[in-house]
Structure formats: structure tokens, C-alpha cells
Write a protein that binds this ligand. Sequence first.
Ligand code: EPZ
Length: 419
Amino acid sequence: MDKILIAGGKRLQGEIVISGAKNAALPIIAASLLTGEEVRLLNVPRLNDISTMCRLMERLGAKIISDGERLSIKNKEVASFEASYDVVKTMRASVLVLGPLIARFGEARISLPGGCAIGARPINLHLMALEKMGAEIRVEHGYVVARAGRLKGARIYLDFPTVTGTENLIMAATIADGTTLIENAACEPEVVDLANLLTGMGARIRGAGSDLIVIEGVDSLKGTEYRIMPDRIEAGTYIVASAITGGDLFLRGCPARYLDAVIIKLREAGVDIAEDGGGLRVRRPKKLKSIDIKTMTYPGFPTDMQAQMMALMTVSSGISIITETIFEKRFSHVAELRRLGADIKIEGNSAMVSGVEALSGANVMASDLRASASLVLAGLRAEGETVISRVYHLDRGYERMAEKLTGVGAKIDRVRGSQ
Ligand code: EPZ
């Protein structure tokens, strides 16, 4: 497994171009199952999770042509209705093929995702909702087996505004018979991006981005061309990279309007963030002030930025309280940050971070996608060398991270692992 070596202490300066959003591209690729016509996607990020989703789609029978950031997908006929355990266990977002498969073909056999480093990650709400739309669903041998005639529009209340649950439901409802109301729907921008793609395919969707979404089923959807939105979490990660190194970065194509909570909290911490033409300019903070963070569903502070903010707060001038309300165990980065000299105490779902003068480089281990990013950020600041192992986690959600950081002055090398 590869490792990343970082010689910390370099101020980052220059421009980073933000890639397409992983969490928009994944449901949008799955949505192409809803039509037999060609769906052409632009600004697709080159990530392992995207390759995994494309491999899954090809097992289902999709014909995919990939050319850099462009994907052409055709689902004329379907060879299989199964998302097998070996795929789903590496990427839980595979569950996003459930809604489209059951809606268009009336059949799906999806491995239950199982838990992951950040929590149990159940999909009970996805299944409850599809049953309300007329699907017969049973769970056997670790698989969800679903069958349906034509799905029926229904009024569905989500106990939790699940992001992929909302996305599965919207996709299923686009070609159901009648109208579907989704109450307490997720409001994340990636849900809106999916709805925009589906509208381009002929779907009739109102209210995406709010907690009440109304979908009027149509008989069929057509092909389209669509450009994926930029990745707000990648952008947020590089905003922190500039702040933690006292740098001066310009983030081209940064979707500032979807990062309100992150930008507001970083400005509160003393980071200078200015919208400037096609992106955001992020400059050195005077002295980083400690701030309190509580993760919430959108438009609140995103859980996918919690680990990155914690890395920043380890070198602030006071005590920060960081509370994680979305996932039950999203603090795996804490033990590793402590190895770099951070002073963090955990009380339940809150972490008390006392700022220290300096971090010192050490060997650390990545555990999940955003925890890995926080270790890179801390390594960029730490004195001496930081060696991060299991960096395959990073490759799932950050396109060419080492190259992008090297391009703005980081001393960062990626070495082939022994095993
Ligand atoms: C999406 O995951 C994102 N993944 C996650 O990003 C993100 O952290 C999460 O939303 C929250 O914003 C993709 O979009 C591919 P949820 P998802 O369903 O949809 C509970 C990253 O780093 N829940 O909104 O799986 C669940 O237990 C990843 O890019 C149920 O109880 O998240 C959790 O506590 C990590 N029953 C909470 O909702 C359900 O049926 C949030 O889960 C579904 C969810």
C-alpha cells in the first residue's frame, strides 16, 4: 500500500483547480440506468470511487466510454440486476443503483453495505420508502432482494434527511406512476445537482434543495449531457490547507455559495477568505482563533469537513469544541492527530481541542476518506516529516491530491508501499 511523505512547514502559495464533486457524480452515474439512451457527463472527477461505480455499472450491462473528465454511459440493455458484496463493501454508495434498477426493471439484488469506519450506516429508510412505493423487499443472505411492478407515487416522510436515501427515492419516483412527495428530504447541493440532471432527462421535479420535494412520474426518460458541479468538500479541504500553513491560495472553480457555513466559521477563526472572479482567495490567518463547530445537515456545518477543521483547530490559540451529530464514530482521526502532538480530549460525540504551538511529524495511519485528509493537513503544518500509510482512502475522494499540493509549494511525495 502506498504512503505519503510530507515535509511540513511550507507556506502554500498559488492556484488549485477544484474537480467535479464525488458525491454528485456517484448518484448521477447511477441515474443513467433510468434510460436506454446515452448520458454524457462532463467534469467527472478521476477518483477510485468513480471507477468503482463505473465497474459496477458495466457489470449491470452499461456501455461506458471514459475520456478524462468525460463519461459517456449507455444502458440499452441490462445484463444483471445485482450489486455484489465485493463491490458494495468497497463503496457503500453502490446502494444508489437500487432506486433506478427497481424503477426501470422492477428487480434489484443489492448487497447490504455493512458498516464502515464512521458508523453503522443503515439503509432502512431507503427500503421503507421504496416499500411505500410498492416494492416488495426482503433481506436474505446479506442482500436486499427487491421486486416491483411499476412503482406508485407515494407520500414519504424520512425520519432522517438521508442524502443517498433522498437520492434513491428521487430517482425511483421519476418514472413511477403518479406523484411522490418526499418530506424531511436532504437539502445538500449534490441532491440538487442530481435533480438538475434528471430534469435534463425529462423528469418533473420541484423543490430539490428544500426539505419537501415533489416528483411527478413520467413514462420514460431520455438521454442528456450534463456538467457535474464542483466539489465543495475538496474545496473546503484546500481552504483549510491554506489556513493551516499560513499560505495564500486561489481555489479556481470553488463553489463558495455551497460553503457558507464553512466560510463563516473559518472567517470567525480569523482566516481571510475573498470571492474573486472564478474562485476563492484564502490567505494566512493573523493568529488562528479557536472556534466551536457542530456538524449538521445542510446548510449546517458539513460532517465531511469536521476532521479537516479539527486539524486546523489543533494549532489555534485556545480551546475548540467540535461536536459530531451525524455519524456515531467519526473521530478516528483523533488518535492519529495526537501522534502529531495535538491535544484533544473526547467526551461522547464532542472533542475538546486545545491549541498547541507546534505539531511534530510522525508516522500516522489513514482510516477513512476525510480522516486521511485531516492527517495530510496536519502534516503540512507539522515540523519534520510525517508519513501517512493506507493512503488508498484518500484516492477515493481526492483527485491527484499530492500533485495539487506540490503545485502550490508543498513538499509531499508518494511512495509505493511494500505490500
Ligand atoms: C452521504 O452519505 C455522503 N456520501 C457522505 O459522504 C456524507 O458524509 C453523508 O451523506 C452526510 O452528509 C455520498 O453522498 C456518496 P446519510 P449517506 O444517509 O447518504 C443515518 C464522504 O466522505 N441513516 O445522510 O450514506 C445514518 O446512520 C461521505 O464523501 C439511517 O439511519 O449519509 C447516518 O447517521 C462519507 N438510515 C445519517 O443518517 C438510513 O436509511 C446520515 O446518513 C440512512 C441513513
